[in-house]
Design a protein around this ligand. Sequence first.
Ligand SMILES: NC(=O)c1ccc[n+]([C@@H]2O[C@H](COP(=O)([O-])OP(=O)(O)OC[C@H]3O[C@@H](n4cnc5c(N)ncnc54)[C@H](OP(=O)(O)O)[C@@H]3O)[C@@H](O)[C@H]2O)c1
Length: 247
Amino acid sequence: MQDWHIAITGGSKGIGAATANTLARQAVHLHLMARNQPKLDEFSRSLNAKAYSIDLAKPEQIAHVMRSIGESSGGRLDGLVINAAKYGMSSYQDLTPEMFRAYLDTNLVASLELVRCAAPLLKAGQGKSIVMVSSTLALRPVPGTAAYAASKAGLNNLVRCLALELAAESIRVNAVLPGVVDTEIHDPQRVSDPSRSEKMTQLAPLHPLGRVGTAQDVANMIEFLLSPKSSWMTGSCITVDGGISVA
Ligand SMILES: NC(=O)c1ccc[n+]([C@@H]2O[C@H](COP(=O)([O-])OP(=O)(O)OC[C@H]3O[C@@H](n4cnc5c(N)ncnc54)[C@H](OP(=O)(O)O)[C@@H]3O)[C@@H](O)[C@H]2O)c1
């Protein structure tokens, strides 16, 4: 993967940052996307990566950013990791159509638009791999996750459809479905919420392997799906979840 160009959404924190760190060790040229520019710039500098500020809730920004990535990569991309997502919990009664659409825009509409805009670059690259980060909640939802879980279930079938359509170009499309992973996504949303470490302690025993995941656990699978070691895999939705989806 040396000298490959790989773009990662949500590349400044959590699973995206762990993936970037892992790929940097392979001398990959990284293109990292996120909203918070100072945080993204600081992290990108530490890896000598290019930084692109974007809000995926506004899919109309994607074409512009992909053009910038193409300009800096010489018109090619070897891998695309669609990792950033909107996460939150609320009961179905509180979910207005606007709120529901906000999950679909960031998690689903933006994912398709990223692929549409990146496809010409991926066709010109060597790696030809797209990895989307879904969730085990797409398979086994829990109450309060209707919008998020529905968006991730949609993402799984988007992966399968795109795998079929892009196979003609030898571009592979796969998904990773993490269980609970200890990242900032679990920081309390309301004052009444338990702290992140309390949440992790409560959630660990739900995983047969007895612990929540680390961002590195998921990054390892993303790296594999980007690499030629997975060259006969496409349309796969792989759980990396300590066994929670079969418990
Ligand atoms: N952690 C878990 O337990 C878990 C479990 C299953 C699946 N996942 C999935 O794993 C992926 C990564 O989550 P994580 O746990 O690593 O979360 P995280 O630590 O909160 O990181 C999220 C990343 O996405 C960026 N981001 C968020 N919203 C964005 C937007 N609208 N536009 C552009 N960038 C955005 C964030 O940067 P900015 O805030 O600066 O934009 C950050 O870089 C998500 O798809 C999530 O659904 C996580």
